[in-house]
Design a protein. Structure first.
Length: 278
């Protein structure tokens, strides 16, 4: 074999040896793995904790999560300096720095901090503790307003029925049955309305609470149906007395019907104002 052939064979051999050596090294570098376990302050494993591994040189991050056993594994890490952050809902974040060397399989375990408190979020002890009296006041207000709402909805039925029967109570028939039915429904409506109004008026007030939107409209309408629910039965009593004497409804008693209709309309609008989203 001549000299040129020998040089070719020798060069090819060196190249093959270099490739065989270089390939495992490259694979070895790329196969570096970081693994570990995440536990809470009591030592119980934390599943689904977020693990973020950041290469401090390149700035590239790799994210993963712990499995049901609290174990995580991040493969294919190049040698270098890293920062690992572990977080989970309800716990403070734990951060550690470490260095990976060529081909090393690194283990890094984490113990998360305790459950976040209001103090951790920037609230002062006084703010975090709260005022038991104010909380009791708020609970009482919520309870009374719920009763106000329920009875107010129940009152809708006799209010509507009394308006409908009012058209017959003042008719030409000699029988007084329609008038008594109308009177009974009006009385029931007034009683229920009064109870509902009591719970709204005497519910404890919370200082600093501003009235906006639907609630503001709801309160404005109360200034219409509130006086109307007082005037309607008074005018109705006058009209009832006149009809019972065989007289035509006259004088101020004639306003009974229109006032009742306006009152019922304002009451219905007040209910819709807090029932519909707008």
């Amino acid at each position: 074999m001549n000299r040129k052939a020998w040089k070719f064979v020798l060069g090819a051999g060196i190249l093959v040896v270099f490739l065989l050596v270089a390939h495992p090294v490259k694979a070895q570098v790329a196969s570096a793995i970081l693994s570990g376990t995440v536990v809470d302050p009591s030592g119980k494993v934390v599943p689904n904790a977020k693990v973020s591994v950041k290469n401090l040189t390149s700035g590239q991050s790799t994210d993963t999560k712990t499995d049901s056993a609290g174990i995580f594994s991040v493969p294919n890490l190049a040698p270098g300096d890293y920062e690992v952050s572990v977080s989970a809902e309800g716990f403070s974040t734990n951060t550690q720095k470490f260095t990976i060397t060529q081909g090393a399989a690194q283990t890094l375990n984490f113990r998360l901090g305790g459950v976040l408190s209001l103090g951790d979020l920037g609230f002062s002890p006084a703010e975090a503790q709260g005022d038991p009296k104010e909380q009791a006041r708020l609970d009482k207000r919520s309870h009374m307003l719920r009763i106000h709402q329920r009875i107010g909805l129940i009152a809708t039925a006799p209010i509507v029925a009394s308006v409908v029967t009012g058209a017959f109570a003042g008719g030409k028939k000699e029988s007084s049955t329609d008038r008594w039915v109308h009177l009974g429904l009006g009385s029931a409506a007034g009683d229920l309305y009064g109870i509902s109004a009591y719970y709204a008026i005497f519910a404890p007030k919370i200082e600093g609470t501003k009235t906006r939107g639907p609630i503001r409209l709801h309160k404005i309408l109360a200034w219409i149906h509130g006086p109307g629910m007082i005037a309607t039965p008074i005018l109705g009593a006058l009209a009832f007395d006149q009809k019972s004497k065989g007289e035509h409804v006259h004088g101020i008693a004639q306003a009974h019907g229109p006032v009742a209709i306006v009152t019922a309309a304002a009451y219905g609008a007040a209910i819709l104002s807090v029932s519909l989203k707008w």
